[in-house]
Design a protein around this ligand. Structure first.
Ligand code: SME
Length: 161
């Protein structure tokens, strides 16, 4: 059982408490920030959790709300795990970041990473959820599925311009 599954009642409760304002512009930033905090606080061996948000006018992914060490501010859509997952529109699970060609180091303690694209139901690309772990092979298939479900829940509370 993945940690997200194990903590599902708590995570549902936290989402219900802290993620507000369906499709409300005023809550979007707070919802990203609280989502990062919920994941960071409820997953073991996670040293970074947050968002990169796509800006079409500059064709870059810009650092959004996160918890962890300061990180690279701008990532091009063809760079890093973040850019590759965004461009492919597919989750990338990296069991060992040292073996991923083009991995962008933000925290030297990171050993594994998962990046999940955030896309609206009508196909608009919003950005990605990025989670780093100090533990090699940290993200299981089940946890990938649970985190993708988490993103699907969150997207309902994100205002898309
Ligand atoms: N490792 C990412 C960069 C972002 S930090 O992990 C927070 C990448 O390769 O895209």
């Amino acid at each position: 059982m993945s940690e997200i599954q194990k903590n599902a009642p708590l995570i549902s409760q936290l989402l219900a408490t802290w993620i507000k304002g369906e499709n409300s512009e005023s809550y979007t930033l707070a919802n990203y920030a609280n989502a990062a905090a919920i994941l960071f606080q409820n997953m073991t061996a996670v040293n970074w959790a947050g968002f990169y948000l796509y800006h079409a006018e500059t064709n870059t992914l810009a650092l959004g709300p996160f918890l962890g060490k300061p990180a690279t501010a701008l990532i091009a859509p063809d760079k890093g795990v973040v850019g590759n997952a965004f461009t492919a529109q597919k989750t990338i699970v990296v069991p060992d970041v040292h073996a991923f060609s083009g991995h962008i180091v933000c925290d030297v303690d990171s050993n594994a990473e998962i990046v999940i694209p955030i896309t609206t139901a009508n196909g608009q690309k919003i950005g990605v959820l990025d989670i780093d772990s100090t533990q090699l092979n940290r993200f299981s298939k089940q946890e990938q599925a649970d985190l993708e479900h988490f993103v699907q829940t969150l997207i309902q509370y994100i205002e898309v311009s």
